[in-house]
Design a binder for this molecule. Structure first.
Ligand code: UD1
Length: 430
């Protein structure tokens, strides 16, 4: 089992390049199978979730030609099967996007019902509500969602909760429905816009993505395209907090600063200096961070996927902070791990009260999930001494070459797979 081993205390300095957005990639890969023609996707992040998604797609007959680690050519012409295997959905929930894509294209799809996950119960009732409104019959059989329709017909739909997944899934199916669909109370995340732009580049007619209301006029067929995925705002934000927590000075390159507004605003509030350029942001951290209150919200609010990273910063800040998690119910598990490193916090319902301490000390901790794992890496980089992180497979789901990129800005971190390698690292760093 691989682990990260970190010697903390180095101020991170230098430049880091951000890859394509994982969450946009997952929607775009699914949408790509809606045409029978070839689609070239570039700026694809080489992370585990994306690779599992490609496997799931090739299992149903999609031709997957990985032209390089960051680009792929897909062809959905010979899809022989509209059933996705449980093995894939277990590994990656977002393979449920294939439900909307297959339903839109073939008017039929079968995808295992994803269960809960480490950050909460995560229902998909809104996705199904959307498919039903489009005229599909949806049933649960033997653990799978079966969706089927003679014809999909455009509809007017209001989403009770703002959901990224439901917005993307319904948008995909509606792109190939007959007539006009209006989805209200949509998610406005940059990756919703990216999937819409991608579908439009294949000939779909989607307007309003990035606002509360998306209007779609269905088309009969979609065609080939070439598309480059937007930069990953969460990967960028993670490096920005790594700079903040290590008193660092890091230029984060290949980003869209507009997508980082909520993150930048919190970094300023906790005492960092942030310089914005056209496609880069520079974070210059003070010697001691200040406390702040934060509440996670749908975009353009502060992202839930950046909650653990700011939690680590607040655990080292001067004063007491309140963090309110309003999207997922179980996203404070990292605080128990952080307590082993000397952090003080108390969780009550969806609120964590974090009292900053002036130093964290290295410990052996486990990554509870993807973003929490990345946050523990940040904690390890900021802490005194050695930190070992178990279960890094979660982190590898969404961060490409995380340790390598961190080493590039001065971190002492290694991915090790044996006790011997870990010992070698500790001897090297002294
Ligand atoms: C996506 C992101 C995830 C991010 C989340 C919120 C992907 C692959 N994942 O997840 O990284 O943390 O957005 O920004 O893009 N809900 C319902 N019923 C539904 C669907 C959602 O009640 O049918 C609720 C959820 O429980 C949650 C809220 O809506 O409380 C938002 O979830 P949603 O935006 O759907 O998250 P995901 O798309 O799963």
């Amino acid at each position: 089992m691989e682990q990260y081993i970190i010697k903390g205390g180095n101020e991170l300095r230098g430049e880091v390049e951000i890859g394509g957005a994982k969450n946009a990639a997952l929607g775009i890969l699914a949408a790509a199978i809606m045409t029978d023609e070839e689609v070239l996707i570039e700026n694809l992040p080489d992370v585990r979730d994306v690779n599992v998604m490609l496997e799931a797609m090739s299992q149903i007959g999609v031709k997957v030609d990985r032209v390089s680690s960051h680009s792929v050519i897909l062809c959905g012409e010979n899809i022989g099967d509209v059933n996705i295997e449980y093995e894939y959905i277990k590994k990656i929930r977002a393979s449920y996007y294939l439900l909307g894509a297959l339903l839109g294209k073939y008017k039929k799809a079968e995808v295992p019902l994803p269960g809960g996950c480490n950050i909460g119960s995560r229902p998909i009732d809104l996705h199904l509500k959307g498919f039903k409104a489009l005229g599909a019959k949806v049933s649960i059989r033997n653990g799978s969602i079966c969706a089927e329709a003679e014809h999909l017909r455009g509809c007017h739909l209001f989403l009770d909760t703002v959901s990224v997944g439901a917005t993307i899934n319904i948008m995909m199916a509606a792109s190939m429905a007959e007539g006009r669909t209006v989805i209200e109370n949509c998610a406005k995340e940059p990756h919703v816009v990216d999937v819409a732009n991608f579908l439009n580049s294949m000939g779909a007619n989607i307007k309003g993505a990035g606002t509360d209301v998306i209007r779609i006029v269905g088309v009969e067929r979609l065609h080939k395209t070439e598309y480059s995925i937007i930069p990953d705002q969460i990967e960028a934000g993670t490096f920005m907090f790594a700079a903040a927590c290590t008193h660092g000075d890091v230029l984060v390159k290949n980003v869209i600063p507009k997508h980082l507004e909520a993150t930048i605003s919190k970094l300023l509030e906790i005492g960092c200096r942030v310089e914005e350029y056209d496609t880069a942001v520079r974070v210059i951290a003070p010697k001691r961070l200040s406390c702040a209150n934060v509440k996670t919200l749908p975009y353009p609010g502060y992202p839930t996927d950046m909650q653990p990273q700011i939690g680590v910063a607040l655990a080292m800040a001067e004063g007491t902070s309140i963090v309110t998690e309003s999207i997922f119910e179980n996203r404070f598990k990292y605080l128990d791990e952080l307590a082993r490193m000397g952090a003080t916090s108390k969780v009550e319902g969806n609120t964590a009260i974090i009292t900053g301490s002036d130093r964290l000390t290295g410990a052996r901790v486990s990554a509870p999930d993807l973003r929490a794992g990345a946050a523990l890496v940040i904690a390890g980089l900021a802490a005194e001494g050695i930190t070992t992180i178990d279960d890094i497979v979660y982190i590898q789901r969404g961060y490409e070459a995380f340790d390598e990129k961190l080493r590039g800005i001065g971190a002492q971190i290694e991915c090790v797979s044996s006790h011997r390698e870990a010992r070698k690292f500790t001897l090297k760093v002294g």
